[in-house]
Design a protein around this ligand. Structure first.
Ligand code: SF4
Ligand code: FES
Length: 375
């Protein structure tokens, strides 16, 4: 066994995820937002976001992802994109694409928007609208993608896949090509937050996962030079965990709508942690010394078998949010790791949920979230 290393000396976050709002016209049952959604009245104001963007650039960040909820719900998005442009941050808009007409997109483009990531819930209207809980959404997304292309803004299509839409994976890839997307992200649902609540309706079978992986591998060869395919596999069938967030507090900094600064977009699901707020504290102060960032950064926090494992600086012990959701403590080894004492429990859960008969979703709404919190 090797002795534990002190971990990296993190100097700056590569990317900032600015979750401008939890408001969203869609209600995806696997949303990565916390179950307790923030009200519009709690959102940071424009001046605070402008300050955060300046501080992010000073800290050394290279990119800013404007996300939500639906970030285009914010009327000041143009100002924030313009500020990102001014301070040299590459800006990416992560959107469902159903609120933005041509005029709004033109003004976002004029503000300096660099890239668009557009979500699809399925490859055809019925599934897309049902899963997203938004009638007419699919047609709006197609129109939005065409407008993005017409302006020459690079487009990534984001397809979240699960038991109820994996049968359409081939047509999702065809759709991405048809939309002239340069990149598609095929992301299996990750089970925390709303997805954890809906696990029994979403979990794919092992056969579905294996077939999906074959389809992706074949498409990667066939579409070389046409479409880049990013593929995120579900942890529940893994032998080793993913390097979640590139290591806790090492590459990303997430700002919630109300200004909580988090090492990961799902970190609020870890109820044993508390998070500092911007602008009460600066981003630098939080990045360098907040308790939540320091807690699982590097390798010093690790239990065995991670401490002596040769992968400890590859996967950084996996996902803290998953460890908390499944074992009740984020201090534990991620159960996705076959060396975790909880791995057999995870495999049994996946097996049971994937063969469940319940396809009903609990949709992401603020009221539903409050009820779940009280339960
Ligand atoms: Fe990763 Fe820890 Fe498993 Fe090693 S023991 S593979 S470091 S999660
Ligand atoms: Fe939070 Fe993995 S999703 S650490």
């Amino acid at each position: 066994m090797n002795s534990p290393s002190p971990g990296p000396a993190p100097s700056f976050p590569l990317a900032i995820l600015a979750e401008l709002t939890h408001r969203c016209p869609l209600q995806c049952p696997y949303c990565s937002n916390p179950v307790a959604l923030e009200a519009a009245s709690a959102e940071l104001d424009t001046a605070s976001w402008l300050k955060a963007i300046e501080e992010a650039a000073d800290l050394g960040a290279l990119q800013i992802h404007f996300s939500g909820g639906e970030p285009t719900s914010r009327k000041d998005l143009e100002l924030l994109i313009a500020k990102a442009n001014e301070v040299g941050l590459y800006s990416n808009l992560i959107t469902a694409g159903v609120l933005v007409g041509e005029d709004r997109l033109n003004s976002l483009s004029d503000a300096g928007l660099d890239h668009v990531q557009l979500s699809f819930q399925d490859s055809e209207a019925a599934g897309c609208d049902r899963i997203g809980g938004f009638k007419g959404g699919f047609e709006k997304k197609l129109a939005f993608a065409n407008s993005v292309n017409a302006l020459g803004i690079p487009l990534t299509a984001n397809m979240v896949v699960h038991r109820q839409n994996l049968g359409n994976l081939e047509s999702m890839l065809e759709l991405a090509v048809k939309l002239s997307a340069r990149r598609v992200e095929i992301a299996h649902v990750q089970y925390y937050g709303w997805a954890y609540v809906n696990r029994a309706a979403l979990m794919p079978t092992r056969d579905q996962l294996e077939r999906a992986t074959e389809i992706v591998e074949e498409a990667r060869e066939r579409l070389k030079g046409i479409l880049v395919i990013d593929y995120v596999v579900p942890d529940y069938y893994a032998k080793r965990p993913k390097s979640c967030m590139g290591g806790w507090g090492q590459q990303f900094l997430n700002i919630s709508p109300a200004g909580k600064v988090l090492p990961c977009h799902a970190a609020e699901s870890i109820t044993s942690l508390s998070f500092d707020r911007f602008p009460e504290k600066s981003l630098r102060e939080i990045w360098e010394s907040s308790e939540a960032f320091l807690k699982y950064r590097g390798t010093d926090w690790m239990p065995e078998p991670c401490r002596g494992c040769e992968r400890r600086e590859i996967d950084w012990g996996g996902c803290r949010c998953q460890a908390f959701a499944l074992t009740g403590s984020a201090d534990n080894v991620d159960p996705a790791c076959a060396l975790s004492p909880d791995h057999a429990m995870l495999e049994a859960l996946a097996e049971k949920d994937s063969h469940g008969q319940n396809d009903e979703f609990m949709y992401r709404t603020r009221r539903q979230g409050m009820e779940l919190e009280q339960a």
